[in-house]
Design a protein around this ligand. Sequence first.
Ligand code: PLP
Length: 284
Amino acid sequence: RIAYVNGAYSSVLTPAIRIEDRGYQFADGVYEVLKVSGGGVRHIDRHLDRLGRSLAALGMRWPMGRGPLTQVVRRTVALNSLRDALVYIQVTRGVAARNHLFDANLKPSLVVTVRSLKLPSARERDEGVKVVTMPDERWTHCHIKSISLLPNSLARQRAADEGAREAWLVDRDGFVTEGSSSNAYIVDEEGRLVTRPLGQEILGGITRSLLLEAAEAEGIEFVERGFTVAEAQAAREAFLTSTSAGVLPVSTVDDRVIANGRPGSITRRLTDRLQRLELASDDG
Ligand code: PLP
């Protein structure tokens, strides 16, 4: 596998990161994950828009212009000759002798890697997946796509140890924020799609924004509000979204089966519509 690191393309195995990169020592950086399908990078503009918002929120500079970064992404994808893949873009504040204080003029470090994408299995799509809930122990700026992912990683591991595909994180008031690496949705008793509004408690998923557009196009009513674990367990349908998983039906929440345990019709319609949106977004 070939990676781009600060101006050069080389094997991902080549040592290339400095010990005193602030990403390594302080998790001082942001990232993006993009999907490649059929050799085309999907929704690159939306991802670069979000990268810009993450950088701005932390007072970081772009490592290079959007145009050149787009070219680097495409080149890295091409060098890896993968048709279905995930692109990882990481920008850290730069290299400096370890000190909490930082200089505004550091030169950001840029890494781009590509790896093959393991799509959810047919069984996961047909039967849905298990999620377990746990307290949301992250910080108060979850709208920033920060590389500081230890709470997310620990939650995901705990979910896997309990045989679940994802952890749904719950705030102090008992409302689900999102998954460890996905957004969370239910369909309520009136058949409305429900998902938490954008805010500092969740990452504004690219798939989330596409999904709400798909709902609009399908004439499916949606409401952006929080929902509790009990509401999710009593919901007609539940699902999660992310760039890598797309739309994934949720069949159980903390061992309570959702409806009849099969993916519902709204989940299916949104899955189909999103697929069409993806194919239409051939960014090349
Ligand atoms: N929420 C969190 C915490 C995430 O890490 C992710 C993606 O990894 C998402 C939501 C989904 O975002 P997207 O649809 O942009 O992949």
